[in-house]
Design a protein around this ligand. Structure first.
Ligand SMILES: [Zn+2]
Length: 536
């Protein structure tokens, strides 16, 4: 018996040792490409010659990775990547959600106690206080005695904040003044970033033309301007675009910029400055530093032009080259054996339904206000007062439950709403809160994974390929494959060989995999699996 125990102890301790030995990289580069569908890797594969090509050829690519929650939006996606769990546990159930008690909508990373840094804008009152579980970056800070430097950048506040977690050194996002942050992280911007903001103002990126990167005839599908939104300041939805004209027509100073490849360029530029000035990856500590980048322009552009446009193809071809600049810099300054890269996305996107209709699909779009008004009529006809229907958001309906002490009455009221909206021609399925709690099929479990006490009373889903949006462009948020399937790539020249993985995995598997590779504790509510990487 004693001998057996000793053996078990030996096996256990050797496992521990291997876990910490998987990678001795000095830097983890964690990249999220907002709205990147997996087919963006394959459809333009022969046109890639930079970063995407390197990652696909030399990395470990998971082709069948999915989210297991709805709504498939930016905040829940990013939080799941970093916490290794579902929105019901990490708390970011959507980008914003209705709060019954206040009658107001709350934004995922808002924090009235966090003061804006680098700007006077109240939009910078941000922090991770709503993220309920730890992130792998938190676990890294904790185990390294805060020696690991963790810097996160995005055009979107939520894209950076979820990555930096609660303990990361800094999250920076874009404001019209450049990259800004909040008092949650710092008292003032680092000097190098102040200088960067002065030198690299948004206007300086918005000159010249945005035109085809390569010969127009080589774009793998026909242009789709008819289904695209025309940018403000442009005559139509066709190349070339005069960047200065777009900038001058933009009263927000940032909106037009964010929908161009220049939005990705500024992130590459600031990331290189951060590597340089913070000396990320250059140290003798046992645990790595982290550079996290969430590229948001892919999402802004995807919303306006859809998934087939020449603009979106062009943006990905450019991002491929832009990533190469970053990787080359790291190879030279940090050393090609000293970093690992993880790339994924926060959600995918639907095809434009009107365009899919031409291909014979029975898909459609409905404006959010129309769907809400039509459903309100159906609910009223079923005997529930309009003022008792509190809010429509995130494919959920909040209703006034007058007597919370009587669960039977509450459920009956929810069932009336559920059955009423089911007669709407756009709605395929609907569930009450109770239906979801009892659910066992994957499609309703996604609702359960995506909901908590703050979620609505009734949930619904449209038919595959249909969206609540406008006629042009596209969106995401559903539980269908086009929204849930995103790439996961692990790349590390020293520790990882190249491999294609076809087994279905989950995006929340990234966090436990990194925990395993670097000997970190699993994030506090992590329920993902460790991915079967092939180590050298
Ligand atoms: Zn989006």
């Amino acid at each position: 018996m004693k001998k057996n125990l000793k053996l078990i102890f030996l096996i256990f301790s050797s496992l521990q040792l291997t876990a910490q030995d998987k990678s001795d990289a000095k830097l983890i580069v964690s990249i999220v490409v907002d709205q990147m569908r997996t087919d963006y890797l394959t459809r333009f594969a022969n046109l890639y010659e930079g970063g995407f090509k390197t990652l696909m050829e030399e990395g470990q690519v998971f082709w069948n990775a999915h989210y297991s929650h709805v709504p498939t939006y930016t905040a829940p996606g990013h939080a799941s990547i970093y916490t290794g769990t579902d929105p019901r546990f990490h708390g970011l159930i959507a980008n914003d959600w209705y709060v019954v008690d206040s009658g107001k909508t709350s934004y995922c990373v808002e924090d009235k106690n966090a003061m804006p840094i680098g700007t006077a804008s109240n939009y910078a009152k941000r922090s991770p206080k709503n993220i309920l579980s730890t992130t792998w970056t938190d676990e890294l800070e904790w185990v390294s005695n805060r020696k690991s430097k963790i810097f996160a950048f995005s055009l979107k506040d939520r894209g950076a904040i979820c990555a930096a977690g609660h303990l990361g050194d800094a999250a920076f996002w874009l404001d019209k003044k450049g990259f800004v942050s909040s008092s949650y992280y710092m008292k003032k911007l680092p000097k190098w970033l102040e200088n960067f903001n002065k030198k690299n103002d948004i206007q300086s990126y918005m000159s010249g033309k945005w035109d085809y990167l390569i010969d127009k005839d080589n774009y793998p599908s026909p242009n789709t301007s008819e289904f695209e939104r025309i940018p403000k300041g442009a005559r139509n939805a066709d190349f070339p675009y005069e960047l200065e004209q777009l900038y001058n027509s933009d009263t927000t100073y940032t909106e037009a910029f964010k929908g161009t490849p220049q939005g990705n360029q500024i992130l590459i530029d600031v990331a290189i400055e951060a590597l340089k000035n913070e000396k990320l990856g250059i140290h003798n500590n046992p645990y790595p530093d982290v550079l996290a980048i969430s590229f948001s322009s892919t999402d802004y552009l995807g919303h306006s032009t859809g998934i087939r446009s020449h603009e979106i193809i062009d943006m990905y071809l450019r991002l491929d080259r832009q990533l190469n600049t970053l990787f080359n810099y790291m190879n030279k300054k940090i050393g090609e054996d000293n970093f690992i890269i993880v790339l994924t996305a926060d959600h995918g996107a639907a095809d434009n339904p009107s365009q899919a209709r031409i291909d014979g699909m029975n898909t459609d779009w409905i404006a959010p206000a129309d769907l809400e008004n039509e459903c309100r009529k159906l609910i009223l006809n079923a005997g529930i007062n309009n003022e008792d229907v509190l809010n429509f958001s995130n494919e959920q309906i909040y209703i006034q439950i007058n007597d919370n002490s009587n669960p039977v009455n509450a459920e009956i009221k929810r069932k009336i709403v559920r059955d009423a909206i089911l007669s709407h021609p756009a709605i395929m399925e609907a569930w009450t809160k109770e239906d979801i709690q009892r659910a066992s099929d994957p499609f309703s479990i996604m609702r359960k994974n995506g909901s908590n006490k703050l979620s609505g009373d009734v949930f619904f889903s449209l038919y595959p390929g249909s969206i609540i949006y406008s006629k042009t462009g596209t969106t995401h948020g559903s539980g269908y494959t086009y929204d849930t399937n995103v790439p996961i790539i692990f790349y590390g020249r020293k520790s990882l060989s190249s491999q294609n993985h076809i087994k279905r995995v989950n995006v929340k598997d990234i966090a436990p995999t990194l925990s395993y590779m670097f000997g970190l504790s699993l994030p506090s509510a992590c329920n993902g699996n460790i991915l079967p990487l092939n180590y050298n």
